[in-house]
Design a protein around this ligand. Structure first.
Ligand SMILES: [Zn+2]
Length: 251
């Protein structure tokens, strides 16, 4: 082949790369939130494992949820999934383990909201709210740092017939108070109109930086908080193909 031919081939390859790559990256990052089942079903006591974490991992590397039998709190961070059991200890989640509810996304930080002052959890929520352009979109939020105080909870595994979640919280939730703890809060802020299918407002699960403890955030104290936020533009709800979901009375 002559030099001219090589140049033409080179040009063709460059054109293909330039045309395909932007489309490809758009394809892999969709700003898409995904949830499996609904919080309403969970509240009603539908704790059967209805899908595997292998499947959930296809939908996101960041998020929260629970495990079969309401066996603790789920935290997904950087593609690693952890289960904080009723003893407050974080255990790695295996792909073949199952969940009744999880919400995940492929998180990519868009912006950081910095709140310097010492704040309660409620104060922090209001401070972040003031920086959001809309209350009508879902946001994925990651807060890394050292926290003066965090109050988190988990719950021990339930046995069928499953009691509703309000009963579990009343009777057997376990509360852990962590002081000057380093780690990451993983969560979402969802619009009020999500209420019938998920938790509206802020919902965080915590994991320590050594990935050994954590739980569902109940309260805390915050100082110089950097909340990393991504606005999600799409939200999918996968509904369980499972008799206990299909036959439940869901309001
Ligand atoms: Zn939670």
């Amino acid at each position: 082949m002559k030099l001219k031919h090589y140049l033409w081939i080179g040009l063709l390859v460059m054109t293909v790369i330039l045309c395909v790559l932007p489309g490809y990256s758009q394809h892999v990052h969709k700003k898409l939130g995904f949830q499996f089942s609904t919080v309403g079903a969970l509240s009603a006591g539908i704790y059967d494992g209805m899908t595997t974490f292998k499947d959930i991992k296809q939908q996101g590397n960041f998020g929260l949820g629970t495990l079969e039998g309401l066996d603790g709190e789920l935290i997904a961070l950087d593609g690693k999934f952890f289960q904080v059991k009723g003893d407050g200890v974080a255990y790695p989640v295996k792909d073949e383990m199952k969940t009744p509810f999880a919400a995940v996304t492929f998180f990519r930080k868009e912006r950081t909201v910095r709140v310097k002052e010492r704040m309660t959890y409620e104060g922090l929520q209001q401070a972040i709210d003031q920086q959001l352009s809309s209350k009508n979109l879902p946001y994925a939020i990651r807060i890394q740092g050292i926290f003066p105080y965090l109050k988190v909870r988990s719950a021990p595994k339930q046995k069928p017939p499953y009691p509703p979640i309000s009963e579990v919280i009343k009777r057997s939730q376990v509360i852990f108070e962590l002081r000057n703890v380093q780690g990451t809060l993983v969560g979402f802020r969802l619009p009020q109109y999500f209420k019938s299918v998920n938790t509206d407002g802020y919902h965080f699960h915590f994991i320590t930086s050594d990935r050994k403890a954590g739980g569902h955030l109940l309260d805390g104290e915050f100082l110089d908080t950097h909340a990393e936020i991504e606005t999600l533009r799409d939200w999918h709800i996968a509904l369980p193909n499972h008799a206990s979901f299909e036959q439940a009375t869901l309001n």
